[in-house]
Design a protein around this ligand. Structure first.
Ligand code: FAD
Length: 505
């Protein structure tokens, strides 16, 4: 096995990975490995925008307070302050790379001010465009597409590199001073998710493989308003539509948020998602509706062009029709534990973006704080990595055995059963019996996966392994949590009122 050497290695080409690459390239050669094409990531799909206290009546103290309130007492206050203080600088940096933002700031649930910097309803696409173009221009950055990272390489107690499967070139080894995990989320644990196909918890599988600390995975965020339509399941209708005045109605036309929370449609996501689920259960219906028929068609078309066009393609006219919606898995607040410089508990390994648990989200992420988190912590990671020493590595001592990959066809039912299990036991509402049943099922599926004969490398099959690892963290975290807080709601715990809405009437 031949090893390629770089100063730093990055796993993933979303905003966290590419920000880090651009910052770290000032200190040495960077290699970004990404398992599909460069723009296959969650970042590209982000609609709403990036939170930053840049408005006239705003300041970072208010952004800090809103973030802490959403996090329901479980945020790390130092991490939150670190994040919000650096937000204006992060926006300036993106502008400097050529990212274009609208003049008006948007408003989203949980924010006490208009502070969402955005590019219509395709902010992620615009940001990813700007950073990926800058990466392509940077001679110090190599990007390897279709490079699936299978394992982190350890030597003398630290991570010194990684192994990746590169299409026809097969398994290759890479060494560096440090590795940054920027693998994004784990939406594919659920069948109903806003996340694209690449969100398969690979970072959790990789970090767990080297014993890095992982926590808070039970805080799974469900976005309240995703389209309920067979052709576009999980398509997000950004919170900014509610910020612009969109209201929620049940099939009888009642604006039901009046029955749940004084903040109505702009209550934090967990509150709105639970209110919707309660309505679905109470009325035994499949969906509720987002009503924008009272808003001006010009405004809707101008501010939400992506949503406008997608809905029109399905025969839904926002200015005339109520949009059928349901909650869907959206974001993982937990992940690989990191400090303010994105260091994990394993020397040489850093993590940033959705895969990381920086402490800024606590029990619930405030809308539009995750793109910001990716920029802020990847920036501090790059500065920290510049101080890492080149490790002395005996190449012969590194474990480069191929990962266990059963035949792809054998893992299809495993992935489907896992999604059903997670949706049933670890959704918006949970019960102790439901979570225990999920624990048993995840253990059975894992044992079955491990017992299958190994076959040729398959990314799909390896993703099944990573999803099973992540599922265990979600289930164990949820069962261990003895209070209802933020995104975790166990209906069997004694004081359900403490966890949020129960219909008032
Ligand atoms: C529909 C939608 C709308 C959203 N809207 C907003 C918003 O308005 N504001 C906001 O702040 N957040 C929003 N979010 C959340 C936000 O987009 C994500 O949390 C953020 O983009 C994560 O960035 P990331 O760089 O950590 O991961 P990603 O952008 O997901 O990138 C992960 C990368 O890792 C690669 N990868 C994964 N595993 C491997 C492997 N084994 N080997 C090699 N490469 C691998 C992937 O291919 C991908 O390139 C939204 C998310 C979605 C899905």
């Amino acid at each position: 096995m031949r090893f390629d050497r770089f100063d730093t290695l990055v796993v993933g080409s979303g905003l966290a990975g590419l920000t880090f690459a651009l910052k770290a390239s000032a200190f040495g050669r960077v290699c970004v490995l990404t398992k599909a094409e460069i723009t296959d990531n969650n970042t590209n799909w982000a609609q709403g925008g990036i939170a930053a206290a840049v408005g006239e009546s705003d300041d970072w103290h208010l952004h800090e307070e809103d973030t802490l309130v959403a996090g329901a007492g479980l945020c790390d206050p130092a991490a939150v302050r670190f994040l919000v203080q650096r937000a204006p600088e992060a926006i300036d940096w993106l502008r400097g790379l050529g990212a274009r933002f609208d003049l008006e700031l948007g408003r989203e649930g949980g924010h006490s001010r208009n502070r969402i910097v955005h590019h219509a309803d395709r902010t992620g696409w615009e940001v990813e465009r700007a950073v990926s173009e800058a990466v392509r221009r940077d001679p110090n950055i190599t990007v390897l597409e279709n490079a699936f990272v299978t394992r982190l390489l350890r030597h003398g107690g630290r991570v010194v590199g990684l192994a990746a499967h590169l299409g026809d070139a097969g398994l290759r080894g890479y060494l560096a001073r440090a590795v940054l995990l920027a693998t994004g989320g784990c939406g594919k644990l659920y069948s109903h998710t806003t996340n694209p196909r690449v969100a398969t918890a690979d970072g959790i599988g990789l970090a767990s493989g080297v014993g890095a600390e992982i926590r808070d995975m039970e805080f799974m965020q469900f976005h309240p308003t995703t389209l309920s339509h067979p052709q576009r399941s999980g398509f997000l209708i950004t919170e900014a539509v509610r910020g612009a005045g969109g209201t929620l109605r049940n099939h009888r036309g009642r604006r039901f948020m009046y029955d749940y929370d004084d903040r109505l449609e702009l209550a934090p996501r967990d509150v709105v998602a639970r209110a919707i689920e309660s309505e679905l259960k109470r009325l035994e219906t499949w969906c509720v509706y987002l009503d924008t028929t009272h808003l001006s068609p010009e405004r809707l078309r101008h501010e939400f062009p992506t949503i406008w066009d997608a809905l029109r393609g399905l025969g839904i006219e926002m200015e005339k029709d109520w949009v059928p919606i349901v909650p869907a898995q959206h974001y993982s607040c937990g992940g690989v534990v990191t400090d303010l410089e994105a260091r994990t508990s394993v020397p040489g390994l850093y993590a940033s973006g959705e895969v990381a648990r920086t402490g800024v989200h606590g029990a619930n992420r405030l809308a539009s704080n995750s793109l910001l988190e990716a920029i802020v912590f990847s920036t501090s990671a790059a500065e920290a990595v510049a101080r890492e020493q080149e490790p002395v590595v005996e190449e012969a001592a590194l474990d480069l055995s191929p990962p266990h990959c059963p035949l792809e066809g054998e893992t299809i039912p495993i992935r489907h059963t896992l999604q059903r299990t997670m949706g049933g036991g670890l959704g918006v509402f949970r019960t102790t019996a439901g979570m225990e049943a999920a624990r048993t099922k995840v253990a059975e599926l894992t044992a079955h996966f491990d017992s299958l004969p190994g076959a040729e490398f398959s990314a799909y099959s390896r993703e099944a392994h990573n999803l099973l690892v992540a599922a265990k963290y979600v289930v164990e975290g949820a069962l261990a949590r003895r209070e209802n807080v933020g995104l975790h709601f166990n209906a069997d715990l004694p004081d359900p009122a403490a966890a949020g809405p129960a219909p008032r009437a």
